[in-house]
Design a protein around this ligand. Structure first.
Ligand code: PMP
Length: 459
């Protein structure tokens, strides 16, 4: 019989597994997806939110009339809003300003207050979301900071619920567990429990964005939201969350954005599971792992949230094309022009005027993106790393009229960021993006800046 609940809080957890029959076709090992978007708040974070609030009440940190505060990518905020409001608290969610707008809207709908702050600045910067919510927690009387990254009630939720559910649902046959790592709560709690009940025989695989530092990347930016560990080039002291225990993870599959996003789109079309980008990363990792396994193995992959929060992003063809993740018939797009253009030139934002001028000799249109200095760029240049532009004409003019000397740092000579189009967009769209005032447009392939096209190349 279908369940009848006295409280929505009773509808957290107990999510079904779905066999990925189409994506897994031709693979001997069965792959089952744990559909966490079927939780009452729509994500795996409902579990952590309930666990953290109950633990805070038990420990006397949260009292009647209190305020729950958290920095959240959205899903933890939704979970905390539902649990918090049901238990009579005020809820304030600090949301990264780059998060999808739908995420803030839904938090407000559940009765939370939303404070936006950046996460793209160095961690030490007082404007960073982390410090903004800490200050609020100090200033508001009776406030409790949930602190999901270091709160051990977060992984504990999965030790008590997600792990045992998977063990029971598979009748103890699960051999591999695959999940993304954000706070690490899911993989640490679920993976840790499955290892324990199986006598250590379950293998735990982390699905990580290619450039994330959990799996061995340099921490440079990626697109898939809510998973991975980002490292701003100016961050001095980096540490991993306490909710994450790296020894639980046997290995990582490092998944490029394109593979994650395209896999999430296939999940919706081929399996009827509309999920978010971190689910795409996890399933892409599960497919890679399962290909090397046999019929006696059983892979469980966790889908953290629903694709409804990303309809204007990965589930939109327009968005995918604008970021260079979708390329149609080559003649329609910018690929031929990109192949014919001079290679991309970038200038470090802290270079000298003289050095920059030298670099700009071969830049298409005499203009190049100014970028945050990062020694090597093995994962390509993300638009978020472009801080502005440098123009040969502007530098030459500044030298000619004595406003700058060749040894000066670029400083105020760094101009505004350049317009950006995806390689799958048309030359007409690229021309429109350049407009009348600019000389050059940057072109993205798989979300990374792959080249620059000067206005003349587009006519
Ligand atoms: N995917 C999504 C969509 C999430 O919201 C989160 C949690 N921030 C994760 C993955 C990662 O889960 P965890 O924090 O438990 O590692």
């Amino acid at each position: 019989m279908t369940a009848v609940h006295e409280s929505v809080l009773d509808a957290i957890g107990g999510t079904p597994l779905f066999r990925l029959a189409r994506l897994g076709a031709g693979i001997a090992a069965p792959i089952y997806a744990k559909a966490e978007f079927l939780n009452i708040g729509g994500s795996v974070k409902d579990r952590a939110a309930l666990s953290m609030v109950l633990a805070a009440e038990r420990d006397g940190l949260l009292k009647p009339g209190g305020t729950i505060i958290e920095a959240t990518s959205g899903n933890t905020g939704i979970g905390l809003a539902i649990v918090g409001r049901q238990r009579g608290y005020r809820v304030i969610a600090g949301v990264a300003d780059k998060s999808a707008a739908e995420k803030s809207d839904i938090l407000r709908a559940y009765g939370a207050e939303v404070v936006l702050a950046p996460t793209s600045v160095p961690f030490e910067d007082p404007r960073h979301l982390f410090h903004v919510v800490r200050r609020l927690a100090e200033e508001i009387p009776g406030a409790w900071l949930a602190n999901q990254y270091d709160n051990l009630a977060n992984p504990d939720a999965h030790v008590r619920t997600t792990g045992p559910e998977i063990w029971e649902q598979t009748g103890g046959r699960v051999t591999h567990f695959v999940a993304g790592v954000g706070t690490g709560g899911t993989i640490t709690g679920t993976g840790g429990h499955l290892k324990e009940v199986s006598g250590g025989s379950v293998t735990v695989i982390g699905a990580d964005p290619e450039s994330s530092s959990y799996g061995g990347g340099d921490g440079s930016p990626w697109y898939v939201e809510s998973i991975g560990h980002f490292l701003h080039p100016e961050t001095v002291e980096d540490r991993w969350p306490e909710a994450y225990r790296s020894e639980v993870v046997d290995s990582f599959e490092r998944i490029p954005d394109r593979e994650s996003l395209l896999t999430a789109r296939r999940l919706a079309r081929e399996e009827g599971l509309l999920a978010g980008p971190s689910s795409g990363a996890a399933v892409a990792a599960a497919l890679r792992v399962a290909r090397g396994l046999g019929p006696d193995d059983l892979v469980v992959v966790l889908l953290p949230d629903s694709g409804r929060s990303y309809l204007s992003k990965l589930h939109s063809d327009t968005w995918m094309r604008a970021w260079g993740f979708l390329e149609e018939a080559e003649t329609d797009g910018l690929r031929p022009l990109l192949d014919a253009a001079e290679p991309l030139v970038t200038v470090d934002a802290d270079a000298t005027v003289g050095d920059a001028l030298e670099l700009l000799r071969t830049a298409p249109g005499g203009v190049a993106p100014a970028v945050l200095p990062r020694p090597a760029r093995p994962y390509g240049l993300a638009p978020a790393e472009v801080v502005g532009s440098v123009s040969r004409d502007a530098l030459a003019a500044a030298l000619a009229d004595g406003a700058a000397k060749p040894g000066d740092p670029l400083g105020a000579l760094v101009g505004p960021a350049l317009p950006v189009v995806g390689v799958g967009q048309s030359p007409a769209e690229a021309r429109a993006a350049v407009g009348e005032a600019r000389e050059v447009v940057l072109v993205l392939v798989d979300g990374k800046v792959a080249g620059a096209l000067a206005r003349e190349a587009l006519s």
